[in-house]
Write a protein that binds this ligand. Structure first.
Ligand code: NAP
Length: 331
């Protein structure tokens, strides 16, 4: 039987108001309208933080609209809200888009990151930058925090440059590298994991070829957010918590295996899913950029990742076409 995890299925956390913090700790989450940022804001609110989220095109509810390319707007935002911690989630993270628009991606992923890190350093605010396993080439996993990066595509290069800008402007910053993410989505296309769902659901009517070459570690956004809160809370007590950390789920899967796991979780057929064992065409991606997460664990800052089958079931639940399944599985 599939077990449910604590969030309500498909609930996309849009925060309605700035939550007062009993402890007075404040966090500002950039990219709070995005896949990870939504989970981040919800996690800090749950922990009793005074949490403010910024967005850009999707700014709604209590999310504050701020174009991070506008340095003056960023400065006045920080002056107004005076956070103790900034968790910087905003980025252009679609490798194909970065490939087509490298300059726009560089402006956001590198220059805006540097400007924000500089403001954070000047104001004595803890700066936590979310980065990616795509900084590695994927040829010699697993990767420790000190292993030499060698990104294969523009996206990875821009995120690595963002890391370097972060430390240049704010030497006491924290960088957290994470792999491919999934979570509560507004549409299945929002995550490179949940985007597989239509192919799974279409069933035997149409076969679908899926990558069974590149190894991935799909990681639940709620787990990443919990790790960030652990880091932020410890860092406010211990200034030596800085530098690079890795966090990842432990379940190694290709896209094909993710799709089969989704089918299994929902008792759907998977015989129409065809594994492709050659590297997929398009933007170069690492073969296996597995992250060694021992630094985080040794410092007691990690969390036990949710099992993929449980978390993905809850995330995909609202997008299940045949709701009769509802009566047969969750009982
Ligand atoms: P996402 O869903 O694409 O969200 C991107 C966010 O950036 C949105 O909130 C967007 O706001 C905001 N943004 C874009 N342009 C902006 C601008 N000019 N000013 C202010 N905000 C702007 O990204 P995500 O998947 O949550 O990724 C979060 C972080 O995790 C990124 O740093 C990414 O590199 C990293 N990461 C993601 C994955 C993954 O699989 N998703 C894997 C590894 C690492 P609007 O939509 O409101 O415009």
């Amino acid at each position: 039987m599939a077990s449910r995890i604590s969030f309500s299925p498909g609930h996309v956390a849009l925060v309605k108001e700035e939550v007062a913090s009993p402890s007075g700790r404040g966090v500002l989450v950039t990219g709070a309208s995005g896949l990870l940022g939504r989970a981040m804001l919800a996690e800090f609110q749950k922990g009793g933080w005074r949490a403010v989220g910024t967005a850009y095109r999707r700014a709604r509810g209590s999310l504050l609209r701020c174009d991070l390319l506008d340095e003056e707007a960023v400065r006045s935002l920080l002056n107004q809200h005076k956070p103790d911690v900034i968790v910087h989630c905003a980025a252009e993270r679609r490798p194909d888009v970065v490939e087509r628009h490298p300059e726009a991606a560089e402006n956001l992923n590198v220059h805006a990151t540097g400007a924000l890190a500089k403001e954070a350093a000047a104001a004595g605010v803890v700066f936590l930058y979310i980065s990616t396993d795509y900084v590695f080439d994927g040829r010699r996993p697993p990767y420790g925090e000190d292993d030499a990066p060698n990104p294969l595509n523009h996206y990875g290069r821009s995120k690595l440059a963002g890391e370097r800008e972060t430390f240049r402007q704010c030497p006491g910053a924290v960088v957290l590298r994470v792999p491919i993410l999934y979570g509560e989505v507004e549409s299945v296309a929002e995550s490179a994991v949940t985007v597989l769902w239509p192919a799974v659901q279409q069933g035997a009517a149409e076969s679908c070829v899926l990558d069974h070459c590149q190894q991935r570690f799909p990681t639940y956004t709620g787990d990443v957010a919990a790790v960030c809160r652990n880091i932020a809370e410890r860092r406010l007590q211990d200034a030596s918590v800085k530098g690079i950390f890795h966090f990842s789920s432990k379940e190694q899967m290709t896209k094909y295996q993710m799709a089969v796991a989704m089918a299994t979780a929902f008792n759907l057929p998977s015989t129409h899913l065809i594994p492709l064992t050659e590297a997929p065409p398009g933007v170069s991606r690492p073969q296996n950029a597995q992250l060694d997460c021992s630094r985080l664990q040794l410092m007691g800052l990690g969390v036990e990742p949710h099992p993929f089958s449980d978390a993905i079931t809850s995330c995909l639940w609202p997008f299940l076409q045949d709701k009769r399944w509802r009566q047969t599985v969750f009982h």
